[in-house]
Design a protein around this ligand. Structure first.
Ligand code: 13P
Length: 246
């Protein structure tokens, strides 16, 4: 019913040569899931052109909340669509914590992406401190609410949501499959009936070794993979483990 999505967020890594090698390693990937990669902006045209016809989609890691004009250094959603992107990450925790993105801005980016015809992947997640003080659900609920208020329920449900606990990103510490399922279920409950169609991905130290257990959870519809997506062999293995449930 919900086709899983395995998304590789390459973050600020790569070079023309390294990306050619990585893409080479992804050719003929075998999976029933949807697959997408998120290279740095400057390599998007290279990746779009190499992956053309491969069945692998391309997304950007960030987008401006503005449509066009005097916004030096920004990239508009229309431009991303124009060069062949299908997806865009919004509100990744690194954007929130290192670049000061606030819920409101994330909501504007979500709306701008959808207005242009991109599919936003809205990232939410709590820090270790927030988890330790029992605030996980409140934090995620508020991150989601900000976008729900601005975009509306139906629009949010037409996007993709990625639950990425900040403490699991790049740390080698993955949430257990049960921890992930608990939060994914809560997110889906917050969305209500229209959320039954929404893909909710898990992100945070996903590897071939833990992917199957995560994907087996009822409300885990794929993964947003960071480090392991830079290794084509590992990423292929993760993709293989995602399957379409009946
Ligand atoms: P890692 O898989 O490296 O923990 O990164 C997760 C992530 O931030 C994906 O967006």
């Amino acid at each position: 019913m919900r086709r899983p999505l395995v998304a590789g967020n390459w973050k600020m890594n790569g070079s023309r040569e390294a990306i050619d090698l990585l893409l080479d390693g992804l050719s003929g990937i075998s999976t029933t899931a949807e697959v997408a990669v998120f290279p740095p902006y400057v390599y998007l045209p290279q990746v779009v052109s190499t992956l053309c016809g491969s069945g692998i989609d391309v997304g950007a890691q960030n987008v401006s909340e503005y449509q066009a004009g005097a916004y030096t250094g920004e990239v508009a959603a229309d431009m991303l669509l124009d060069i062949g992107c299908r997806y865009v990450l919004v509100g990744h925790s690194e954007r929130r914590s290192l670049f000061g993105e606030k819920d409101r801005q994330v909501a504007e980016k979500f709306v701008a992406s959808q207005r242009s015809g991109l599919i936003p992947v809205l990232c939410v997640g709590e820090t270790l401190e927030q988890r330790a003080s029992g605030k996980t659900l409140a934090v995620i609920g508020a991150q989601l609410d900000a976008v729900l208020e601005r975009a509306g329920l139906e629009s949010v449900c037409n996007g993709v949501i990625a639950y990425e606990p900040v403490w699991a990103i790049g740390t080698g510490k993955t949430a257990t499959a049960e921890q992930a399922q608990e939060i994914h279920r809560e997110i889906r409950q917050q969305l209500g009936e229209p959320g039954m169609k929404t893909r909710i991905l898990y992100g945070g130290s996903v590897k071939a070794a833990n992917a199957a257990e995560l994907f087996a959870q009822q409300d885990v519809d794929g993964a947003l993979v960071g480090g392991a997506s830079l290794d084509s062999g590992e990423f292929r293995e993760i993709c293989k483990k995602a399957y379409v449930a009946n």
